[in-house]
Design a protein around this ligand. Structure first.
Ligand code: RAT
Ligand code: ZN
Length: 436
């Protein structure tokens, strides 16, 4: 009787598996793939901009090819020196990169393969000797419609931008009124304030905030006033900073003081999480500009101290070093105000994403956010999310197969609930924002 009922549960009705039916071992894999393909994700950290920001929003083939991940690879495969390269126009740089990394070599690295996937998504030649056809295609797109199409192909509904209130171009747009795009959300990025204070406090002073280089108590109140003004203006979904591998809390530095006395109290006041991206080593090779940052292992006791000292604050944390991933999971088990997110930058490669995500599932179940794209150029959403889905499908399927072998049936509904949590509701609940 029971065997019969189980067989029924495994059966397909009219070819379609009903969502509450228990899946067989073979069905799990395709159900996971389908659910991942059909669920629209929230991309919680990008460097994209809504159309209101005009030229700040990057898209098209020349921007895609001059992505700093590809520039780093270009200098390894070309005799062009950085000095020579920076003298070229954007178009000439894109041509040089195409020639070196796509014509003279097979584009098998993660970042180069991504370009191929984007070209293929728009039915453009992936093996052309020049870029004219691709350029013509992008030239004829209108941005609003193109954004809709890219989001649809990428399977994302909402993206979070990175918004620097001290960037003059960006500031001008914000001062002009809200950016008002329902699918783009702001994140108040505080690098120049938190670690760049000595070089940037004057900008706040010139805007009428009574601050000085040492950020004494009086300045702290003024920084909070600045954060309140910008929170009102941007309506961010979180505040954020990227920190070096040497970051520690508390350490008596200006960064530590502004974080603990101004930023975190403001986050509490406005109900916003604080995103900490930890582990960059800035400009180890300044000659290659944006591509010149590296990675270092951080001391994540800083995160432990923050989560314990500020139990009312919520922290979204991404660590750049592979060596920090296990302890980040352990800290998340200790502190429920800590949400690990993403496989950031140098970690966003299938082999490493796989390792990190398996570990997170084993240690945290579904209480983490597996990935963000970090896209700088619109169409990167297509390949980055395609790769995430491809890498995650077997990992999730394996987790469900193990569970099934251990005695718990799995339905498509269960999978849908979990995928929603990982790629949507963990973020929605954490930020209190219900994405549309
Ligand atoms: O991944 C990147 O593109 C880096 O250059 C950084 O922008 C990093 O993601 C950051 O947000 O600081
Ligand atoms: Zn980023």
């Amino acid at each position: 009787m029971q065997a019969e009922a189980t067989a029924m549960n495994h059966s397909k009705r009219g070819g379609k598996i009903l969502s509450a039916e228990l899946l067989s071992g073979e069905q799990i894999q395709s159900a996971v793939q389908e659910v991942l393909a059909e669920t629209l994700f929230i991309d919680i950290h990008t460097h994209l901009f809504s159309p209101a920001f005009g030229k700040l929003g990057l898209w098209g083939i020349d921007e895609l090819l001059t992505y700093h991940y590809l520039e780093a690879e270009f200098f390894r495969s070309s005799n062009t020196t950085p000095d020579e390269y920076w003298k070229l126009s954007k178009r000439e740089r894109a041509d040089a990169i195409w020639q070196a990394l796509f014509v003279e070599t097979s584009p098998i690295s993660e970042a180069t393969r991504g370009i191929i996937a984007v070209l293929q998504a728009f039915d453009l030649p992936t093996d052309a000797s020049a870029l004219e056809e691709a350029r013509k295609f992008f030239r004829t797109q209108s941005i609003e419609e193109h954004i809709r199409r890219v989001f649809q192909i990428a399977g994302v509904s909402n993206v979070v931008m990175t918004n620097d209130p001290l960037d003059l171009e960006e500031r001008a747009v914000w001062l002009n009124g809200a950016q008002g795009h329902t699918n783009f959300h702001a994140a108040l990025r505080l690098d120049r304030i938190l670690w760049g204070w000595p070089a940037h406090w004057k900008q706040l002073a010139s805007q009428g905030y009574a601050v000085d280089d040492k950020a004494p108590r009086k300045s702290i109140a003024e920084i909070r006033r600045f954060l309140a003004d910008w929170t009102k203006r941007m309506r961010p979904v979180y505040m954020a900073v990227s920190l070096t591998d040497e970051f520690f809390y508390p350490d008596g530095s200006i960064t530590s003081r502004i974080l603990g006395e101004a930023v975190l109290p403001s986050c509490r006041e406005f109900g916003l999480p604080m995103s900490l991206m930890i582990g960059v080593r800035r400009q180890v090779n300044p000659a290659i500009r944006l591509a010149g940052d590296a990675v270092g292992r951080a001391d994540l006791r800083a995160v432990e101290n923050l989560c314990r000292s500020f139990p009312e604050n919520k922290f979204l944390v991404s660590a750049l070093s592979r060596e920090n991933q296990h302890e980040l999971c352990v800290h998340a088990r200790k502190f429920n105000n800590l949400m690990p997110f993403g496989c950031w930058w140098f970690l966003n490669n299938p082999s490493i994403v796989e390792e990190i995500t398996r570990e997170r599932i084993e240690m945290l179940g579904t209480s983490f956010i597996p990935q963000h794209s970090d896209a700088r150029v619109l169409e990167q959403l297509i390949y980055k999310w395609r790769n995430t889905r491809r890498t995650l499908a077997p990992i999730l399927a394996n987790a469900y197969s193990l569970l099934r072998n251990d005695g718990r049936g799995i339905s498509r509904q269960d999978i849908q609930r979990d995928v929603n949590r990982l790629f949507r509701s963990n973020f929605e609940n954490w930020t209190g924002v219900l994405a549309r």
